[in-house]
Design a protein around this ligand. Structure first.
Ligand SMILES: [Zn+2]
Ligand SMILES: [Zn+2]
Length: 631
């Protein structure tokens, strides 16, 4: 007699056929929206016969949430079919944070249509249409979808004798499934935005309308997400970057950021901090050319594995490439002299400007650009030194992220499909990384198949002040490039050995990191990063000499100070400084001149009273410095 085994050693024996729904009822398991049979997801009401391991899928799990989101995309398609007869459908998957569906509308729609579609979805959800699976032969399916050229193309591409369709009410869609049992399970959703999307991502194809939406298991989660999105919009670094005059983009260079003076102050502050910290930790710094012979990139493997992301040029009829990574240049520096084991580990950092092609549709402010500065470093060491070096890198990561107030999580990415080199070395490298993560008690998650083509890697995902995560730092273990470039060092046995190479970044891209900081702090940078740390506000021109004296004192102690001498009302000057999120406003009027003081306002606490000059300088001196975080 076939039997299913469930959680907590539950057993269900039967003959003929049954459904996960029946079994869960028998097992008294509540809240399932679908099932997993032998690890494969299936509909709750699917007919099952074979037996095996059976588990419920519930809305709280990431799998359950995906299922709800994907099912909501079908619900949206059904609503669109009712509202816009003749609409045709591409694909409608669940994605991180929600779902989308690509639609060819009979007439263009705008953002104003989204609430209308959403209202129709609510109505359809209320009707609790059963969502049922039907298998049919491909010719039958082609007939059913005869007037939707996209589905026809998909069925022909699948090329299987049979395909599965899902129906809810009058609406049918081509889909592998599974889905929630009926539309009544879909309650907490919101349509978010519209975008253009070429059919199958190909610019030669027709442009469809992509509608993005989100869905959650419960009302609180949806509300929390919508709040976060609202907050994210308020903090959008593209908007704040413009308002705070930090950077811009010009039509002459799509994806190539222009940094303005205030943006450069932030950038240079990051670089100063970074450089100091690296010097302390035994790194040296190099700089290698942006343009190098194409042959170098063929040798490094970039030509085979990374070509479509690279830009090329020609000099004296010789082919060159613009570097997308700093490693090959760094290796050439390593090879300029014979290395001894005494010089290892050798830590060479480079703030390297790299160019990587991104499609114009995915460019996004500083977060996704075509040119950026990597805070790169390559560590060359013996295989005995790998563990200690990895630990040092992880320690540096933890320290730096802490300075900015980021929590982080770690992912270990393993061998990808297009990997280079011996699979055994890969396994060894993966084990080494895992070992160090465990030794340093760093919690991590494994990300199968997401390693770099030359080695496995550890990625650091930072959690910002509104709960979003950003991948920034990475450490990659590489046995391949030293081999390809025949790198050696002389061991204490006098013979030549192969060094191991670690690639690592902490901030990732300086440009992107700055974008992340703008959103993390909502433009109110901490004192040590703020482009303007203090602004002297003189009440009227007769206080100018005194204001100049204060400015001089502060400038001499290295404070980034500005003076507002405009002929404006005091209230307006204070408001402007607040809008620009200047940490300290130092108001100077008759009373202050007389008592040799300034009246201090902070951007958060308002008026904090008057301070004598020495009190003021001591107060600014005591502001947070990143060095203070070191134990
Ligand atoms: Zn589906
Ligand atoms: Zn590298």
């Amino acid at each position: 007699m076939p039997r299913y085994e469930g959680p907590e050693n539950k057993i269900f024996e039967f003959s003929g056929e049954t459904t996960p729904f029946e079994i869960f009822k028998e097992w008294n398991i509540k809240g399932a929206i679908a099932a997993k049979i032998g690890g494969r997801a299936a509909d709750l009401h699917s007919k099952i016969t074979g037996g095996g391991v059976l588990e419920p899928i519930t809305p709280e799990t990431s799998e359950g949430l995906d299922l709800i989101r994907h099912s909501t995309s079908h619900l949206m398609a059904q609503a669109i079919t009712r509202l816009y007869p003749g609409a045709k459908f591409g694909v409608g998957p669940s994605i991180q944070d929600g779902f989308y569906y690509d639609v060819l509308f009979p007439k263009a729609i705008t953002d104003d249509d989204l609430p209308v579609i959403e209202a129709e979805m609510k109505k359809l959800a209320g009707e609790k249409f059963r969502i049922e699976r039907v298998e049919m032969t491909s010719p039958e399916a082609l007939e059913k979808f005869a007037d939707d050229q996209f589905k026809v193309e998909l069925i022909n591409d699948i090329g299987a004798p049979t395909v599965s369709l899902y129906g809810q009410g009058e609406f049918w869609d081509l889909c592998r499934g599974p889905h929630v049992p009926n539309t009544g399970y879909l309650k907490h959703f919101r349509l978010m935005s519209l975008a253009g999307a070429y059919w199958r991502g190909n610019e030669k194809n027709v442009m469809l309308t992509r509608i993005y939406g989100t869905a959650f298991a419960d009302a609180e989660s949806l509300a929390g997400y919508l709040n976060m999105m609202e907050e994210a919009k308020r903090r959008d670094h593209r908007k704040l970057g413009r308002e705070l005059d930090l950077f811009s983009f010009q039509p002459e260079g799509p994806g190539f950021p222009f940094f303005h003076p205030k943006g450069m102050v932030i950038m240079n502050t990051l670089v100063d901090f970074w450089r100091k910290e690296h010097t302390k930790r035994g790194y040296s710094e190099i700089k290698t050319p942006l343009i190098l012979d194409r042959e170098l990139w063929q040798r490094s493997g970039h030509w085979d594995h990374y070509r479509e992301n690279m830009y090329f040029t020609e000099i004296d009829e010789r082919p060159y490439a613009i570097k997308p990574m700093n490693c090959p240049g760094g290796i050439l520096v390593y090879k300029t002299s014979r290395k001894s084991y005494r010089e290892l580990p050798l830590r060479m950092a480079e703030l390297g400007i790299v160019h990587r092609h991104e499609r114009s549709g995915v460019l996004h402010g500083l977060m996704r650009v075509r040119c950026f500065t990597q805070d790169d470093a390559h560590i060359y060491c013996t295989s005995d030194q790998i563990g200690a070096e990895l630990k040092k890198v992880i320690d540096l990561d933890k320290y730096v992220y802490d300075v900015f107030g980021f929590q982080f999580s770690v992912e270990l990415s393993t061998r990808p499909e297009n990997s280079m080199g011996d699979p055994e070395l890969w396994t060894l490298a993966e084990q080494k990384l895992q070992e160090i993560l465990e030794e340093t008690r760093t919690p991590y998650r494994i990300n199968p198949g997401d390693g770099a083509f030359y080695g496995p890697k550890i990625d650091f995902h930072l959690r910002d002040s509104i709960g979003r995560t950003w991948q920034c730092g990475t450490v990659q273990l590489d046995f391949q490039l030293p081999e390809k470039f025949d790198m050696t060092y002389i061991g204490n046995d006098g013979a030549e050995h192969r060094p191991v190479m670690l690639h690592r970044t902490i901030l990732g891209s300086l440009e992107r990191f700055m974008g992340i900081l703008v959103e993390h702090y909502a433009g109110a940078f901490p004192y040590w990063i703020a482009p303007v740390q203090a602004r002297i506000i003189q009440v009227n021109p007769e206080h100018e000499d005194y204001a100049l004296k204060i400015e001089d004192i502060l400038k001499n102690m290295g404070v980034r100070v500005e003076r507002d001498s405009r002929d404006e009302k005091l209230g307006k000057k204070i408001r402007d400084a607040q809008l620009e999120k200047v940490p300290y406003m130092l108001v100077v009027g008759a009373k202050e001149v007389e008592s040799n003081s300034v009246s201090v306002r902070t951007r958060t606490g308002g008026d904090i009273g008057s301070r004598g000059i020495e009190e003021l300088t001591a107060m600014l001196e005591s502001e947070f410095k990143p060095e203070a975080m070191r134990q």
